[in-house]
Structures are given as structure tokens and as C-alpha cells.
Design a protein around this ligand. Structure first.
Ligand code: UDP
Length: 470
């Protein structure tokens, strides 16, 4: 039997989870000594059309797929999240057990370690049951993860759920390390739903379950979240902070991979024509707008945002997925001023090559939903942000962006054209100098931590060594 380490990586089936985990898979395989099987759902596997190219670059990297239990034509959008998590539990879990058991019984190269997404805790239980070492990978920020661990405390103190009619600016006690920082509105979005809601219960249970893994991997870096990592440390026997993964890949693998991982791990095909458009714009003049892979918005907000962008007088590149509007009913007339303002200074695409866009010299700001990958990508590129958070860790990330790291502005819970316009002007002109001072400092810390001698560089070595012990 082959004694080389064989890691099975299981991401939650969503863009923001797949991307950093593909990055980790590539980094492990780059050693040439570690074999990785990357397990997607059948549905996502069929959408990731460039995986073969990645296997060619990294011969020890293999892809497999497994059912998520939903019918082929199921939309799998955010509104159906509860259906997805329930079907994963009932259908994917037994299939996963079978696959892992087969690997020990029949395979020439049995799986020696499972790296399971931090919200796929069934994989932790199955791996432990079958005697396979398991490490959890939580793709959120550490600051948000810590707030999830504090949920029982917040419940006990009667602070949850936060009702729609409550004072959202009231400070929250009960998340150690964030006293005087977190307002009610900065708590994860799930804090606004009923405690017995399956979604709230899901995150509550999954968070605690992660501690059953033998270690935790986070896509963050020590200098960014040291104060919060110290709160998480006692909960895990080991935490590997190896972010920003996109930058670590570039530092460790260099020219061996294209500039961004997106080509391989994108569920949507990027419209690269925007790069030529960016080439023709002045330095630092463009606001890039994207709300990631899951966020949805009403047509009302979409129009407010669009007016704000046009009224700011700044150039903008807006990546807006076709399924973004939650209440789109047929085509509706677009006001002339928006059409003209966009023709003059803007460009709309379905899906952008985001890392390339952020790295482009014409890009000067990022209007973002504060997804963790987007936040890190913006930091790596040194591009300041305007945050309009929606779900998951975004409410907390945006608070840290604006108040702790001071690398952006937070407009959470406001969605009017004048706020958008004012914030864009502030970011691009009036308040830019101060924000850029912090941004340059944090971007340098991000670059340093992935270079030789940096914390994330070192932690990846430790992880590789740990995985190598079989
Ligand atoms: N992304 C992209 N093109 C787009 C929009 C998003 O390549 O037009 C990528 C982006 O670079 C990021 C990921 O999709 O890596 C989104 O992850 P994030 O954690 O920011 O947000 P989520 O989609 O999970 O809400």
C-alpha cells in the first residue's frame, strides 16, 4: 500500500467555500508529496469546467463528485439554503461515509486525512468514526467565527434575537474582544432571525461541532486578526492561519499558476472584456462593484445603487449576476439618465475576473458585500472598500473594515442613492488619503505574511508537516 499522505477535501457547495479550498488543494499538491482528492457536489462539478487544467498542473490533485441530493434543475440559490443543508445531511452524508470507507478498504492509496468545510460537520463525525484524522477549514473571518462561538452567551444574556424594531445602534456586550465595537446591526445576520429557525440552529450546531476536529484552518493572517485568534486558540488544539490564500499561492507557486485561481474555481465564466475597458480608464479612477456569488437584492435597491453610482460622477465597473434581483418581473424601463451615465462612465458585466480587476491600476475602490474572499482580495490588491453587507460573516467583516482596520466605509442597512453617492465621493476623493494610509499598511502586512519567513508561509509548512505524519 502507498504510504504517501492522501487528503480528502470537502468544501461546502458554494463559490466562497470552493475557491479557498481549491487554493489549499493546489498548495498541498505543489509539494509533490501530498495527494489530494477534491470532492465537489455533482452539480458544481459540472459547472467547474477548468478543473482538468488544474490536475494537469498538479498531477497529485484529483477531482471527484458526490450528490447533494437535490434534483438537477433545482436553483440552489440563497433562498433555498435550508433545503440544501437538509438534503446534504440526509443524502450526502451516507454517500460520503461509503466513499471514505471504500478508500480504507479498497484503495491503493487510502485517505489519511480529511479537510472538511467548517459547516460540513457530518464529515468530521464520519471521519472520526472511521478512524481518519480530520481538520476543519472555516472559510469565514476569525472575527465572525468568534462571534458565532459567542452565540450561546448572547442567548443566555437575552440579547438575541435582535428584533426589527430594536435600537440597532446599541452596543453589544457578550463578544469578548469586541466590546465597544459591535453594535446590534454588526452581529451576523442570523442574529436577526428566531432562535428556533433551522438556519440559526444550523450555524449554532455547526460552529460547536468544528471543535471535534483535530485542528482548524483559517483563511486569514495573524497580523490582521491576532486579537481575535487569541480567543479562538483555547478551543482548538491547533489553528493554522494560512491566508490570504490567493496571495500565498502566488508566493509559493509563483508563475506555475495563472495570476488568479478564479479560472479554475469559478462557478461562472468571467467576462474578460472588462479588462480592455479598464485598460482605457485613468489610473485609480474606477469603482469596482460586486456583491459576490450569493447576495440578492430587490429591484428597488438595485435602482438606488445604480442612481448612486451614476450620480457620484465616478467611473464604475459593476459585476452583477443575472440571478441577483429577488423580485425581477420582466424587463422594466431604465431611466434615460442611468442609461447615459452608464454609457459615459460605466460598464456592467455578469461576472468579472475579480482578482485581475482589483489588481488593475485603473481600479481605485471596491463597493462590496464584504464576503471574506472579496475582503481579502481587496486587501491584497490594496484597494479600499465601501461595504454593503448582506449575510453570513459580512456584517462583522464590514465593521472591522471600517472601524478596526480603517480601510473602508460601512453603509450597512442603508440603501439610498444619496448615501451611495456620498460614500463613493468620500472613498475616491475627500476621505481617501486617510483610508489609503491604513490600506497601504495592511496590504503590506498581507504581502509580508505570505513571503518566506511570514506567518502564513510558516503555518502552511506546519500544516504540510502535520498532514505528512501518517
Ligand atoms: N467573484 C468573481 N467575480 C465576480 C464576483 C465574485 O470572481 O464577478 C469571486 C471573488 O473573487 C471571490 C468570490 O467570487 O473570490 C466570492 O466570495 P466571497 O467570499 O467574497 O463572497 P460570497 O460569494 O461567498 O458571498
Amino acid at each position: 500500500m502507498d504510504q504517501q499522505p492522501h487528503v480528502l477535501i470537502l468544501p461546502f457547495p458554494a463559490q466562497g467555500h470552493i475557491k479557498p479550498m481549491v487554493g489549499l488543494a493546489a498548495l498541498l499538491c505543489h509539494t509533490g508529496r501530498i495527494h489530494v482528492t477534491f470532492l465537489n457536489t455533482d452539480h458544481n462539478h459540472s459547472r467547474l469546467t477548468h478543473l482538468q487544467a488544474l490536475s494537469t498542473l498538479f498531477p497529485t490533485l484529483h477531482f471527484k463528485s458526490i450528490s447533494d441530493g437535490l434534483p438537477t434543475d433545482h436553483p440552489r440559490t440563497l433562498q433555498f439554503f435550508p433545503e440544501l443543508i437538509s438534503s446534504i445531511k440526509s443524502v450526502t452524508k451516507p454517500l460520503f461515509r461509503e466513499l471514505l470507507a471504500d478508500s480504507s478498504r479498497k484503495s491503493e492509496r487510502p485517505v489519511t486525512c480529511v479537510i472538511a468545510d467548517g459547516i460540513m460537520s457530518f464529515a468530521i463525525d464520519v471521519a472520526k468514526e472511521l478512524g481518519v484524522r480530520v481538520i476543519a477549514f472555516r472559510t469565514f473571518s476569525a472575527c465572525c467565527l468568534w462571534s458565532y462561538f459567542c452565540l450561546p452567551n448572547l442567548i443566555q444574556e437575552g440579547q438575541l434575537p435582535v428584533g426589527a424594531d430594536e435600537d440597532m445602534d446599541m452596543m453589544v456586550a457578550g463578544v469578548p474582544g469586541m466590546e465597544g465595537l459591535l453594535r446590534r446591526r454588526d452581529l451576523p445576520r442570523i442574529c436577526r432571525i428566531q432562535l428556533n429557525d433551522p438556519l440559526f440552529q444550523f450555524f449554532l450546531v455547526e460552529t460547536q461541532a468544528m471543535t471535534r476536529a483535530s485542528a482548524l484552518i483559517l483563511n486569514t493572517f495573524d497580523d490582521l486578526e491576532a486579537s481575535i485568534l487569541s480567543h479562538l486558540a483555547p478551543l482548538f488544539s491547533k489553528i493554522y492561519t494560512i491566508g490570504p490564500l490567493n496571495a500565498l499561492m502566488r508566493s509559493r507557486i509563483g508563475d506555475g499558476v495563472p495570476r488568479s485561481l478564479s479560472t479554475f474555481s469559478n462557478l461562472w465564466e468571467a467576462d474578460n472584456s472588462c479588462m480592455a475597458w479598464l485598460d482605457s480608464q485613468p489610473l485609480g479612477s474606477v469603482v469596482y462593484v460586486s456583491f459576490g456569488s450569493l447576495a440578492i437584492m430587490t429591484r428597488g435597491f438595485f435602482m438606488e445603487l445604480w442612481h448612486g453610482l451614476v450620480n457620484s460622477g465616478k467611473r464604475f465597473l459593476w459585476a452583477i449576476r443575472r440571478d441577483t434581483l429577488s423580485d425581477a418581473k420582466g424587463e422594466q424601463a431604465i431611466p434615460v439618465e442611468l442609461q447615459e451615465g452608464t454609457k459615459e462612465r460605466g460598464l456592467l458585466v455578469d461576472w468579472a475576473p475579480q482578482e485581475e480587476v482589483l489588481a488593475h491600476p485603473s481600479t481605485g475602490g471596491f463597493l462590496t458585500h464584504s464576503g471574506w474572499n472579496s475582503t481579502l482580495e481587496s486587501i491584497v490588491a490594496g484597494v479600499p472598500m465601501i461595504c454593503w453587507p448582506q449575510i453570513g460573516d459580512q456584517q462583522i467583516n464590514s465593521r472591522w473594515v471600517s472601524e478596526v482596520w480603517r480601510i473602508g466605509l460601512d453603509i450597512k442597512d442603508t440603501c439610498d442613492r444619496s448615501t451611495v453617492e456620498t460614500m463613493i465621493r468620500t472613498l475616491m476623493k475627500d476621505g481617501r488619503e486617510e483610508i489609503m494610509m491604513s490600506m497601504d499598511r495592511i496590504a503590506k502586512l498581507a504581502r509580508d505574511c505570505v513571503g518566506q519567513g511570514g506567518s502564513s508561509y510558516h503555518n502552511l509548512d506546519m500544516l504540510i508537516e502535520d498532514i505528512g505524519k501518517i
